[in-house]
Design a protein around this ligand. Structure first.
Ligand code: C2O
Length: 534
């Protein structure tokens, strides 16, 4: 193993998309940002220097951060943000993980343009559990707003209503030839006939689940969220913000140009940003003037297309990569996910849209929770987050709930090394989306999923405890539930939230605190000396 050094300069950069130029926040002037490459077991040191007028922090999404929670990155959860002019070295070791993840800003809506790939190669000499691809390519999916993204969310917070949607989706930073203004600079993937390529696909969009497909080519799925899966072939994958998927593509068409499409998935046909981003897979030797073979993206409400992908995901569960699913459960939790409307005196409309978990709308603290926990600073959070909803839950799918949410900075305390089962139940009242719920600091297994109510007496009997998929971000189906299991083997304070940024803003977030403080490995390590202060 080795030590890898990176320098991330956070700088403004004038960038042109959709015929207009605007200054955006970037790392090293690039959109998407630079790819961080390391091997399993390497130590990574990223010096981040903030040259912009915003406070900044960077999150290494999906990196376990065993006992190094200070390097996790969510602002006011594990660290105070870097103020203008400040710098901080994120220092972490990649333990027991290999595959594709992403890094992104974790404050306000800066991750719209501040994001990039994390590529973790296997240990030197260790092959992939599938044929070695001829070449690997990173494919970062995203969104583009013509207006200033921070203004979009500020305006929404003042009005108390939903923010504007983006103007385009992007593939490696470009909408592709979907409008007169985006015909230049679409992403091009060159291939040689007969060779197999691995695409490391990342959804870095703020608020959109996306379908991804390539005209005339099947995708062999081999990994999600940096865990190997049993390989399977499929035409279309679905990927939520924060998720990653590695696929193999064999260039078996001989020649030609083929459309690559990223299009939005939602469970209801709402007229929002439904523009498909496109790129081109180009066989070497094919003239640039050759007509591109097109593909029709799935309809925006094509739930069966999404479900046939998610239903096929299984852990590889081989001798080398066993699925260690907890069988005995110490903490059995049931969290409802809801959206509601609370009164708001300062809002233009007198009320504001809120989101909650178990009826708690999370309030961000003003100093970092991990600091408050480590230094035992009182009054920053309480550890009374409810393990069950306040009233028995019954999903009807037709009526909004008639109670207001409770606001607070509430954490749930987990014993170190305890096992956890968490059922996430969507109440699906106001929006039709799936909620991609992301847990920091852990991978978990998705042992079950269903539509409608979760029934504790019926549904656990059907759980897959043998080879459930292992992830860090899971789509909770609209009007349905998912059950996850994990071992609380990482001391610290760990954020859990919806990775649709608009829902996080509305309060769809909470945190776990894991620490017995008794043994040498049961506590987070001391903070690094350059950790920013609030
Ligand atoms: Cu990818 Cu808390 O984030």
């Amino acid at each position: 193993s080795m030590v890898r050094h990176y320098k991330f300069n956070v700088v403004m950069k004038n960038t042109t998309r959709l015929c207009s130029e605007k200054p955006i926040v970037t790392v090293n002037g690039r959109f998407p940002g630079p790819t961080l490459v390391a091997r399993e077991d390497d130590t990574v040191l990223v010096k981040v220097v903030n040259h912009v007028k915003y406070n900044v922090s960077i999150h290494w999404h999906g990196i376990r951060q065993l006992r190094t929670g200070w390097a996790d990155g969510p602002a006011y959860i594990t660290q105070c943000p870097l103020q203008p002019g400040q710098s901080f070295v994120y220092n972490f070791t990649i333990t027991g993980q290999r595959g594709t993840l992403l890094w992104h800003a974790h404050i306000l809506w800066l991750r719209a343009t501040v994001h990039g790939a994390v590529v973790i190669l296997p240990k030197r000499g260790v092959p992939y559990p599938f044929p070695t691809p001829h070449r690997e390519e990173v494919i970062v999916l995203g969104e583009w707003w013509k207006s200033d993204v921070e203004a979009v969310i500020n305006e929404a917070m003042n009005s108390g209503r939903a923010p504007n949607v983006s103007d385009a989706h992007t593939i490696n930073g470009h909408p592709g030839p979907v409008s007169a203004c985006s015909s230049q600079g679409g992403y091009n993937l060159p291939v040689l006939p007969g060779k197999t390529y691995m695409l490391r696909i990342i959804n870095a969009a703020l608020n959109e689940e996306l379908f991804f497909k390539i005209a005339g080519h099947q995708l062999t799925v081999v990994e999600v969220d940096a865990t190997y899966v049993k390989p399977f072939k499929i035409d279309t994958i679905v990927i939520a913000p924060g998720q990653t998927t590695n696929v193999l593509v064999t260039a078996n068409r001989g020649s030609g140009r083929y459309m690559v499409a990223a299009s939005p998935f939602m469970d209801a046909p709402i007229a929002v940003d439904n523009v498909t981003a496109t790129a081109t897979l180009h066989y070497s030797g094919t003239l640039a003037s050759t007509t591109t073979t097109l593909t029709v993206p799935p309809a925006q409400n094509a739930t069966p297309v999404a479900t046939s992908f998610t239903d096929a995901l299984r852990s590889l569960n081989s001798i080398k990569y066993p699925a260690r699913v907890p069988l005995e459960i110490d903490h059995s939790l049931f969290f409802t996910i809801g959206l509601g409307v609370n009164p708001c005196a300062s809002c233009v409309n007198g009320s504001r849209v809120v989101a909650d978990i178990n009826n708690v709308t999370f309030v961000m603290p003003t100093i970092a929770l991990l600091q408050a926990h480590f230094f035992n600073i009182k009054g920053v959070f309480t550890d009374d987050f409810p393990g069950n909803p306040p009233t028995p839950f019954n999903y009807t799918g037709t009526q909004p709930k008639n109670f207001q949410t409770v606001s607070g900075t509430k954490l749930y305390r987990l014993a170190y090394n305890s096992t956890v089962q968490l059922v996430l139940q969507d109440t699906g009242m106001l929006t039709p989306e799936n909620h991609p719920i992301h847990l920091h600091g852990f991978n978990f297994f998705e042992v079950g999923r269903g539509i409608g109510n979760f029934y504790p007496k019926r549904d656990p009997k059907k759980f897959n405890l043998a080879d459930p998929v292992e992830r860090n971000t899971i789509g909770v189906p609209a009007g349905g539930w998912t059950a996850i299991r994990f071992i609380a083997d990482n001391p610290g304070v760990w954020f859990m939230h919806c990775h649709l940024e608009v829902h996080t803003t509305w309060g769809l977030k909470m945190a776990f605190v894991v620490d017995n403080g008794e043994g040498p490995n049961e506590s987070v390590l001391p903070p690094p000396p350059d950790l920013p202060e609030c």
